[in-house]
Design a protein around this ligand. Structure first.
Ligand code: MG
Length: 265
């Protein structure tokens, strides 16, 4: 797969006629593609001559994955602040349901106060898998990455501390903002990541601070589960996650990719 070599920004959207397309971002406009995700991954870009404005479409999550793979405690500072293991000997893996995903500008809906009282953000770099892979070698791992996007691993911290596993605390609807688009040709192993809650910077890190490497994580998880095109792999969060309340605006910015902004309701 050669797609990582060229930088392109690919967005997924719904137009006024309720049709879903991928498109290439060019400034304030989108060059509409009639290609499927598989076609785009194979660099078979079919332009149908339509340009649309961002103002006229609804931006969707950049892919519709079969699974959202998450790695926890990949940054020592965040592991320590959440009571995890600072220097993992092997990855800490969990899944989020695809139903948790919301796009850029979407709402994060807090569960009822009786169920959880500590919902926090976790700004993360996410990888979009481009081709099916099983038992991937570490040296080949980045060939399976089509592009990079931004993820907010929203977490009910009170529930992840209380439950024996993370599914409930991580799995509520809207606990997975993803987007605003995917960017190809970006090296995911050295990207600045910054999370802002309203006007306050709360997280500031770089993927080069991870305690386990991204190629190792891809290889490791592919020994367990087959990676499918469109799967999302969230690489973990730097330190600084903190509780959010209704009315807050949370923004995750990643160098070379863009900005993912969501509203807490
Ligand atoms: Mg996380």
């Amino acid at each position: 797969m050669k797609v990582l070599q060229k930088t392109q920004t690919i967005v997924r959207y719904r137009n006024a006629n309720n049709q879903v397309y991928f498109g290439i971002v060019e400034g304030e406009e989108i060059l509409q593609l009639s290609s499927s995700f598989d076609g785009i991954v194979k660099n078979e870009l079919k332009f149908d001559g339509v340009r649309v404005s961002f103002h006229d479409v609804k931006i969707l999550e950049p892919v519709a994955p079969s699974k959202v793979i998450n790695f926890g405690w990949t940054y020592a500072g965040h592991a320590i602040e959440t009571g995890g293991t600072a220097n993992l000997k092997e990855p800490f893996l969990f899944l989020k349901p695809a139903t948790a995903l919301v796009p850029n500008e979407g709402d994060i809906v807090l569960p009822p106060e009786s169920l959880t009282s500590q919902v926090e953000m976790e700004g993360e770099v996410a990888l979009i898998i481009g081709k099916r892979g099983k038992n991937i070698k570490e040296e080949d791992a980045l060939d399976y990455v089509f592009g990079c996007t931004i993820f907010n691993d929203v977490t009910a911290r009170d529930l992840t501390r209380k439950d024996p596993q993370f599914t409930r605390g991580k799995g509520f609807d809207t606990f997975g903002p993803l987007g605003p688009w995917m960017v190809t040709g970006v090296d995911p192993t050295n990207l600045n990541i910054k999370t802002t809650l309203n006007d306050r910077v709360v997280q500031n890190g770089n993927t080069n601070q991870m305690s386990l490497s991204i190629p190792y994580l891809i290889s490791w998880v592919s020994q367990i589960m087959t990676l499918e095109p469109g799967d999302v792999l969230a690489t973990g969060s730097p330190s600084g996650s903190c509780p959010m309340k209704p009315g807050d605006v949370v923004t995750v910015e990643v160098e070379k990719i863009g900005r993912l902004r969501n509203y807490v309701r």
